[in-house]
Design a binder for this molecule. Structure first.
Ligand code: PSV
Ligand code: MN
Ligand code: MN
Length: 392
């Protein structure tokens, strides 16, 4: 007896999936060598939301936009509440608030792990301000990524830095409202090259465990050593109830921030299979993109990324769970692997086209975007684009 998921269940799950896009992906970005500025990019947080609304219109699957503070500062009269209303009027909501304690000169030796208490205080104040912003925007998630670390053995005390980190996290945790969460992101290396203070999922998990259930780990797919089995991490965190979300992107070498599913669609499928298997296809797991489009057009690249996540999800949903369980129980290694590969090798594009048509969307979102004339309109109307944040 097999139990291949029926098409209507798969379609319902695909219709329910929401992928959050990052405000910074709409702006200009680049490497430390050069930012190739594109014409027509947003100059304000509002214009980023205008572009995000196009992505949602053409995919039906990108209703939330993550902000990065202070790149998306909204300190005008209506402030962040007004920005939230602006989003709502465009069929969007504001998603995770990303803190930024990595761009000031003060943070040369770290932020919340800095040896100087005054710098730690400044960083903590920013994190607390981010929770104030969440109150105004109605955002559920505070995303914490720390560039903190050291470059040389002996530069600072590894254990003391963990103590400082724990103190700051605990102060932020205490400030969270009942329905707010903190998502702690880890990164193997860069900008620090000897130790990062949150280098891996284990460190993030250990801190989250001590803090409580509102502290969850976020998996940025670009933040691992080559060859790391990310789906194992995902399976484990989900099993422990600590997978808060994803920052999806692709990497060939390190933190490349290319489009999700571009470098290794098979890995994305394996990750999404573990999500489905672990019951993680719910709003408790935030499916976010964290990408930079340095040389390609931004809006169609974000549409493509959303579609890539959808395709990996569709394939994961098509895995014949019954056949897989049977093969696994009987120790039939090849048959078990074949069940997974059958799902991965299914062309799900017609299925996703149907899902789009059923909700009144063009089955080909990229083509529909190109036909819409939006790309021309923003080049004509927007003069002088803003940087995504890096180097701004
Ligand atoms: C760090 O590399 C990171 O992935 C963090 O999520 C930051 O918030 C983001 O990049 C900024 O682009
Ligand atoms: Mn990230
Ligand atoms: Mn990153």
């Amino acid at each position: 007896m097999t139990s291949r998921a029926d098409v209507s269940t798969v379609k319902a799950a695909l219709r329910a999936q929401a992928i959050e896009t990052p405000s910074w992906a709409y702006g200009n970005s680049g490497t430390r060598f050069k930012v190739f500025a594109q014409r027509g990019v947003p100059r304000t947080p509002q214009e980023k939301l205008d572009d995000a609304a196009r992505v949602h219109e053409h995919t039906g699957a990108a209703p939330a936009v993550a902000l990065h503070i202070p790149w998306d500062k909204a300190d005008g009269s209506g402030g962040y509440a007004e920005l939230a209303t602006y989003a709502e009027e465009r069929g969007l909501r504001l998603g995770a608030i990303n803190s930024n304690v990595f761009q000031d000169d003060d943070y040369k030796l770290g932020s919340v792990c800095h040896p100087d208490a005054a710098v730690r205080r400044k960083a903590l104040d920013h994190l607390l301000e981010c929770v104030d912003i969440m109150d105004a925007t109605g955002s559920r998630d505070l995303k914490l990524w720390f560039s903190d670390g050291t470059n040389y053995p002996g530069q600072d005390d590894i254990r003391a830095r963990q103590d400082r980190l724990a103190q700051a996290l605990s102060a932020v945790y205490e400030r969270l409202g009942d329905h707010q969460r903190m998502l702690l992101e880890y990164k193997l290396f860069e900008p620090a090259f000897y130790t990062m203070d949150v280098p891996d999922w284990g460190t993030a998990y250990a801190h989250c465990l001590k803090l409580g259930e509102k502290a969850q780990v976020v998996v940025d797919t670009g933040h691992h050593a080559p060859g790391t089995n990310i789906e194992f991490i995902v399976a484990l965190l989900l099993r422990e109830g600590r997978l808060g979300g994803f920052d999806f992107n692709s990497r060939f070498y390190a933190d490349d921030d290319l489009m999700a599913g571009a470098a290794d669609p098979f890995q994305l499928f394996r990750i999404m299979y573990e999500v489905v298997r672990g019951g993680g296809l719910t709003s408790e797991v935030a499916f976010m993109l964290d990408q930079c489009h340095n040389i390609e057009a931004k809006i169609p690249a974000i549409i493509r990324s959303v579609m890539n996540v959808q395709e990996a999800t569709a394939k994961a949903l098509l895995v014949d769970a019954g056949a897989l369980a049977e093969a696994q129980a009987s120790g039939d290694v090849l048959a078990a692997n074949a069940v997974l590969m059958d799902a991965y090798n299914t062309d799900v594009r017609p299925l996703l086209a149907e899902v789009r048509e059923e909700r009144g969307i063009d089955p080909d979102p990229v083509a529909a975007y190109h036909r819409s004339g939006w790309a021309r309109k923003i080049v004509d109307e927007r003069v002088g684009g803003a940087q995504a944040g890096w180097g701004a």
